[in-house]
Design a protein around this ligand. Structure first.
Ligand code: NOJ
Length: 579
């Protein structure tokens, strides 16, 4: 399945008081972001994903690095970012650009040194920005010493750290399981005449989580980073941790995927119940560190019922499993958004929702939601769904600018291996990983003018860039900045309850944010290409005010006289305080 219509999973089968210390046992206590009440910091956080190769190159080799990120911290602070999620920066052969880790406790020299990492952590702290690491527990690189040992013989002590099996016959793998990155999930190793399981590339052998030594080793790596004082982890592909022990074949479904393989059900290779025990143990570990460390899950799941399980029956698993239903709906459909946001409010047993619209695996939201005419206004609506609901917000570099997915046009230019395997149906993920567009200088300020960036800078950089958009009042960046500031400063938008309004309407999506002491904010988004006029009567919501004071609205919109007539231009947004 292409990423235009579906999300990555489809392809994979895809404070408190005044100060908060984030210090680990080895790190000094630091004052970080402050909240009004005793909520954990991550509840109101804006988490910003950085794809390190593509954010800022500091040494002119065309590849982004840690010192580059440090240079850009002031920008992130001005934007209002609370935490950075760093896609993997560990030593790696870079087959999957860092998601194939060969050492969990070091820094890839391409990105810098451990001293550079420590400086980034310290400089981020000064700006009240936390660092969240990407933790890949499902698999390692085939160049990781663990796998090299495991592969060396059938009797090696680490043989059982990975999933090795005999084939069904000469040249026939143990079963029909498929890699999310195309073709069989089994690779034959001639030396020991057995096959190993790889959910992703063959260079990413899956660890065997049924072996307790694996948990012990991985938790050791997690402690290493906790001791450094990182704020938490984003768990890569975490529902894939376990597979059926008996290796039963997956059910074959009609049709084929973009690699030409038969579609398979994934119930024997994905989201197995065994994963929850590991999540509970991991949460115990992170809870044993001070400062409110957070565990976030890359949880592409079929529905809210499955998502709910990831919070844990006793709220003892992940604090923030990602809700991939809302952000990857991929349709400007007010009714569907209403129902998904409502589910996130009511059906996760009081857990905190985490919405995300963009990341390094999916076509950017600008392209997925845009209609080619109103993209900027639609992007404002998307930003409003992310930042004016009650969700913790996760965004991806360049989302705030309206960066577009710019895929390679020739197969010989493709860097992401899945783009080579699946070309032309699957062009890979290069298009959403292009360099950050900082300014109008050659290479968009990402690297020196004479360097060749690892991926080409899209030509849109001349008009879509930080420098220009910071100066323009009606730019998408200015919209993000204002929304983020409102979300921090306005009590109702910060931590008020959320109630969906005009529940029958398909044209306008609106909701009410309300504090316990009765401060109310109305948010209304036009989901059509036509002007809409909406009358709100909020008496049944316990809101008596009839007047409204504009907090933020789409540039050029008329000021409403009262709640009885709020006019929204095509894909317009209105946010107002009820008085
Ligand atoms: C999910 C990551 O986001 C993606 O980039 C990666 O290729 C796979 N997991 C495998 O680690």
């Amino acid at each position: 399945m292409s990423r235009t219509g579906g999300h990555f999973v489809s392809r994979l089968v895809a404070l408190v008081g005044l100060a908060l210390s984030l210090a680990g046992p080895c790190a000094g206590a630091q004052a970080l972001s402050v909240d009004h009440k005793s909520d954990p910091w991550w509840k109101h956080a804006l988490i910003y994903e950085i794809y390190p190769r593509s954010f800022q190159d500091s040494n002119g080799d065309g590849v982004g690095d840690l010192n580059g990120i440090t240079q850009r911290l002031d920008y992130l602070q001005t934007l209002g970012v609370d935490a950075i999620w760093l896609s993997p920066i560990y030593p790696s052969p870079q087959v999957d650009f860092g998601y194939d880790i060969s050492n969990y406790e070091a820094i890839d020299p391409q990105y810098g040194t451990m001293a550079d990492f420590d400086r980034l952590l310290a400089e981020a702290r000064k700006r009240k920005i936390r660092i969240i690491m990407d933790m890949v527990m499902n698999h390692t690189s085939d160049k990781h010493p663990w796998f090299i040992e495991s592969k060396s013989s059938k009797t090696n002590p680490k043989r059982g750290w990975y999933v090795w099996r005999d084939g069904k016959g000469p040249g026939v793998p143990p079963n029909n399981w498929e890699s999310g990155f195309g073709h069989s999930a089994w690779k034959f190793d001639p030396k020991t005449s057995q096959w190993y399981y790889h959910r992703f590339y063959p260079e990413q052998p899956d660890l065997n989580w049924r072996n307790p030594e694996v948990e012990h080793a991985m938790f050791g790596a997690i402690r290493f980073w906790l001791n450094k004082g990182v704020a938490g982890f984003r768990l890569d592909a975490i529902p894939a941790l376990f597979e059926d022990e008996q290796l039963r074949g997956e059910k074959v479904l009609p049709g084929a995927n973009s690699y030409g393989d038969p579609n398979l059900d994934d119930s024997l290779t994905n989201n197995l119940p065994e994963v929850h025990q590991v999540m509970r143990s991991l949460r115990k570990l992170t809870n044993s560190y001070p400062g409110g460390r957070v565990v976030i899950g890359e949880t592409y799941l079929p529905d809210i019922g499955e998502l709910r399980k990831w919070y844990g029956a006793d709220h003892d698993e992940l604090q923030l499993p990602m809700d991939m239903q809302v952000g990857f709906l991929n349709k400007m459909d007010a009714s569907l958004f209403r129902s998904l946001i409502d589910q996130a409010e009511h059906d996760i047993d009081g857990g905190q929702p985490l919405f995300v619209f963009d990341n390094h695996d999916n076509i950017r939201s600008w392209n997925r939601y845009g209609d080619g005419v109103h993209n900027l206004d639609i992007a404002r609506v998307i930003a409003t769904l992310l930042l004016a609901t009650r969700s913790t917000a996760m965004m991806y570099y360049g989302e705030e600018l309206g960066m577009t997915t710019t895929p390679p046009t020739r197969v010989e230019d493709v860097k992401d291996p899945i783009g080579k395997i699946g070309w032309p149906a699957e062009k890979g993920r290069d298009g959403e990983r292009t360099p950050m567009q900082w300014d109008g200088a050659p290479n968009a300020g990402f690297t020196t003018a004479s360097a060749t960036p690892w991926l080409p800078v899209p030509s849109s950089y001349k008009t879509v860039n930080v420098a220009l958009e910071s100066r323009e009042d009606d730019s998408l960046l200015s919209w993000y900045q204002r929304l983020i500031q409102l979300r921090r400063e306005n009590p109702a938008l910060h931590d008020g309850s959320l109630t969906m309004l005009n529940v029958d309407g398909n044209n306008v999506l609106s909701w009410l944010r309300k504090t316990a002491d009765g401060q109310s904010v109305l948010v209304a988004c036009n989901f059509t290409a036509h002007q809409q006029t909406v009358a709100f009567d909020l008496s049944s919501q316990g809101v008596s005010g009839r007047q409204i004071k504009t907090l933020l609205q789409t540039p050029g919109s008329p000021e409403p006289d009262s709640l009885a007539s709020v006019k929204l231009p095509p894909y317009g947004v209105y946010i107002g305080q009820i008085q």
